[in-house]
Design a binder for this molecule. Structure first.
Ligand SMILES: Cc1ncc(COP(=O)(O)O)c(C=O)c1O
Length: 448
């Protein structure tokens, strides 16, 4: 007899608080043995088959998020920000779902093109694009390049041998809440040209002076983890005013306005997240008002969500290595991963939750700190996590909402290879990216 047969209430309502749908993929359940399944696959089985730590990615969840954007923003172009997570399969899924793709290096471009993403739907970003990467992008027919410096305009004009569409990145001087590294809308920082300034005009003049550059519009990205819609309304107002200023100064009417990404997701139950319906409303209303005010034709809007597409689709599996109760201190649960597969805690002070996946615990709980295995005192993955008091080494923990900026930010610190990515869908699992082995690491070390 299984646990769920004994306690049928566990099947739905009884378990709901532990598996918050805001932070887990929609297709997450407990199976008949009380184990957590995602995409119809028991996470404990994935840990057994592929080892740990392992990133699990729910294909259905990624696709559903793409569809949610397309439904909420039917007239906008949705450009997935590949920096959040890019593999050939992910590029295929988002292309299938009708999204465009933002890349910021020749490496990301190669992954995208190897998955048959149409180059015309690719947007190239970056505040420092090396010459060779610009050359590669132009040669393979990238649809748009977002200009981030005057030097780049010179390089592009030398490289473009046919009309190349460009956008100009502008900082709209909007300071959203959050970690300083996440506030990319403010003026004094490395990205873009300050709105309303002389440097925007200088850049516009230079772009217009290059016959092979086709000036399509403006771009801004105001920050990350933004759950308040107001800054996006403000960005629309300011950017349309800037487009009108450019029209008045140069007689060109730009057609495209790319509002970047930055839409917040919940990492732990109760965290605020972006409401797409409200975001859509505020963008529409602000656009109507700003265009009417400046007598400006409605530009084509683009959005660049990254995290909001993939974060909740990802779950990281770790095996418990030890449980240590420090006298008069905390309980440390050390797992076989840490800051190299999830640097977000150390980088941004991000907060996560975790649960045991190989059984459904019903007994007493403890409050624990989940520590990584790496040789840094700061290698802590999560604090104040409620876990079963009888948690043992060898059990498997899952950390939800780890699909964005985990694989893409991972390192091989301490000589530990990076985890694989295992996709789940309709009850089966497949490897998208294999585990990095010690042999892989040794391959790069040429020796004497
Ligand atoms: C230009 C640009 N667009 C989009 C994004 C995606 O941001 P997010 O993943 O927060 O949606 C970023 C993230 O840094 C970015 O720099």
């Amino acid at each position: 007899m299984t646990l769920l047969e004994i306690f049928p209430s566990l099947r739905d309502g009884g378990l709901a608080p532990r598996l918050d749908p805001a932070i887990w993929p929609a297709d997450t359940h407990y199976d008949g043995e009380g184990r957590i399944t995602v995409g119809g696959v028991a996470l404990a089985d994935i840990a057994d088959q592929y080892g740990t730590p392992t990133y699990v990615l729910d294909e259905g969840e990624v696709r559903a998020r793409c569809r949610a954007y397309r439904t909420r923003f039917p007239d906008a172009e949705i450009i997935y920000a590949g920096k959040a997570l890019l593999t050939r399969a992910v590029a295929e899924w988002i292309t299938d779902e009708g999204l465009s793709l933002d890349v910021c290096s020749a490496g990301e471009l190669t992954v995208a093109l190897s998955s048959w993403t149409d180059p015309a739907r690719i947007v190239l970003h970056g505040n420092g694009k090396p010459f060779a990467e610009l050359e590669t992008a132009i040669n393979c027919g990238v649809g748009r390049i977002v200009v981030d410096s005057l030097t780049e305009i010179t390089l592009l004009s030398a490289l473009a041998n046919r009309p190349q569409r460009v956008l100009l990145r502008v900082t709209p001087d909007i300071d959203v809440h959050g970690h300083p590294a996440l506030r990319t809308g403010v003026t004094d920082q490395k990205f873009g040209f300050p709105i309303g300034g002389q440097s925007v005009f200088e850049a516009v003049e230079r772009i217009l002076g290059q016959p092979n550059l086709e000036f399509a519009g403006l771009h801004c990205h105001i920050g990350s983890q933004i759950y308040d819609t107001f800054p996006y309304g403000e960005a629309v107002r300011r950017m349309v005013a800037e487009m009108a200023r450019i029209r008045d100064g140069f007689g060109v009417t730009l057609t495209d306005l790319d509002l970047g990404g930055g839409h917040a997701v919940a990492y732990r139950g109760g965290d605020a997240e972006m409401n797409l319906a409200e975001l859509s409303d505020i963008i529409e209303d602000s656009l109507d008002a700003a265009c009417a005010r400046h007598g400006f034709p409605r530009p084509r809007i683009a959005l660049e969500p990254g995290r909001a597409i993939v974060a909740r689709a990802g779950v990281t599996l770790y095996r418990v290595l030890s449980v240590k109760h420090v006298e008069n201190g905390h309980t440390y649960v050390t797992v076989d991963g840490g800051m190299s597969d999830n640097p977000r805690v150390a980088l941004y002070g991000a907060h996560y939750d975790a649960v045991v996946v190989n059984r459904h615990p019903t007994g007493p709980e403890m409050t624990a700190t989940i520590a990584g295995r790496y040789c840094e005192a700061g290698d802590i993955l999560a604090r104040d996590v409620r876990l079963p008091a009888d948690l043992r080494p060898g059990e498997v923990l899952a950390m939800p909402c780890t699909g964005a900026y985990h694989h893409s930010l991972a390192s091989s610190y301490n000589g530990v290879g990076r985890p694989p990515i295992i996709a789940v869908r309709d009850g089966s699992a497949r490897e998208l990216v294999r585990r990095e082995t010690i042999d892989d690491l040794m391959c790069r070390d040429i020796g004497h």
